[in-house]
Design a binder for this molecule. Structure first.
Ligand SMILES: *Cc1c(COP(=O)(O)O)cnc(C)c1O
Length: 377
């Protein structure tokens, strides 16, 4: 059994993907080909924002957005303690300080009260300038941007949606990657919408930001590539990846998103009396980057993971360590404590989930969890 079955997806989409790849090779525009522009237009329309700027990966997307906002040394950027490393790494990379805030036990997303405590702690100390909040759509469910926007406004902070895991999610019918002052996503193969390598994108309604990012990602180009008006990067989405994404994006809209939601619902039906199953808040729609259950203790979690492995079922721990405990961040000041994140890191276990997961396999996985947990964990 696969954790995320990209081979099965390829089997289903093979003809179209092969054709799309061959077309790129025949057309020969490997960098910034028409497929990239077409994809950007389609993604922007789907998400409901004016501009989509494709780039090399989701980490570059975050970094370039922080550069657009001139986040720098002496600035504080608030980042969830429970997320993938990149969400905080990019802040340090710009010379600013990531200040970690806690998440909610039920949704794994921003705890608004904890965020406000962190902002107040930084303001009281008076050393750093609070500039921005990064919120993460962890495991596919959008963070609560209605509440986040209010806090950002109250403290005059920029709000960045890290939608690397959230593409396809919704709040009250409004699509993920359209929230905050700007949003980013990743097309890493295992994300809800993934390509066959690295890829990412920024979403913004702001014309100036979009123009800046289009320059930045191609060596700070001006009117053309050899007119360089600023120090930039090289961060582009390959035409081949865009062509693959065009095919996958069609399947994503036509049936994958619905299928992965059916799989998640089925898991919850089978497991809700046995373990703590993930909760999607009223009005929210998840794209299920992960289906993450919670056990009673680290011992039980590790035991279940080992048991499932023995049965040929891969289950992963996302995330095993709070951001503030990562060695790379060991010199950072801890402004507030994040007890929920610390607990989650001991208790979470992500089960195989993807649009091609069969009902039969879901039942097999659920039954193995039941027999380990008997009668409940
Ligand atoms: C994957 C991920 C990223 C980084 O994306 P890459 O394309 O791998 O650089 C950033 N933030 C979160 C929350 C992610 O899950």
């Amino acid at each position: 059994m696969q954790f995320r079955d990209l081979k099965e997806q390829y089997r289903v989409l093979k003809d179209e993907i092969d054709r799309a790849i061959h077309q790129v090779i025949e057309e020969g525009n490997f960098i910034s080909g028409r497929q990239v522009t077409e994809l950007e237009g389609a993604l922007a329309e789907y998400v409901g924002v004016k501009h989509c700027i494709a780039c090399g990966n989701g980490t570059d997307a975050l970094s370039m957005m922080l550069m657009a906002w001139e986040i720098k040394e002496g600035d504080a950027v608030f980042v969830p303690d429970f997320t993938f490393f990149a969400s905080g790494e990019v802040v340090s990379f710009e010379g600013a300080v990531p200040v970690f805030y806690d998440v909610e036990r039920d949704t794994f997303n921003a705890d608004i009260e904890s965020l406000e405590r962190a902002i107040k702690a930084v303001k009281e100390e008076g050393k750093l300038k609070p500039r921005a909040v990064i919120a993460v759509d962890l495991f596919g469910q959008p963070a609560d941007y209605l509440k986040l926007a209010k806090i950002a406004e109250k403290y005059q902070l920029l709000l960045l949606e890290d939608g690397a895991q959230g593409f396809g999610g919704e709040i009250e019918g409004r699509k993920a990657c359209s929230f905050g002052d700007a949003a980013t996503t990743s097309f890493f193969p295992a994300k809800p919408l993934g390509c066959y390598g690295d890829g990412g994108a920024v979403f913004t309604n702001d014309d100036k930001t979009a123009a800046y990012l289009r320059s930045l990602k191609v060596h700070g180009k001006g009117s053309f590539k050899y007119d360089n008006v600023r120090i930039g990067w090289n961060s582009r989405l390959d035409t081949l990846q865009a062509a693959v994404l065009q095919v996958k994006f069609k399947a994503f809209q036509e049936y994958e998103l619905e299928a992965v939601n059916r799989a998640a619902e089925r898991y919850t039906e089978l497991l809700k009396e046995v373990v703590k199953t993930p909760i999607v808040k009223e009005g929210m729609y998840s794209s299920w980057a992960q289906y993450t259950i919670q056990l009673e203790s680290q011992e039980q979690r590790d035991g279940l993971q080992a048991y499932l492995k023995e049965k040929g079922i891969p289950a992963m721990v996302y995330y095993w360590k709070p951001m503030h405990e990562q060695a790379a961040f060991q010199d950072l000041k801890k402004y507030i404590s994040c007890p929920v994140t610390e607990e989650l890191c001991q208790k979470v276990l992500s089960l195989p989930i993807h649009p091609y997961l069969s009902e039969e396999n879901i039942t097999i996985i659920a039954n193995e969890i039941k027999s380990y947990c008997n009668p409940a964990c």
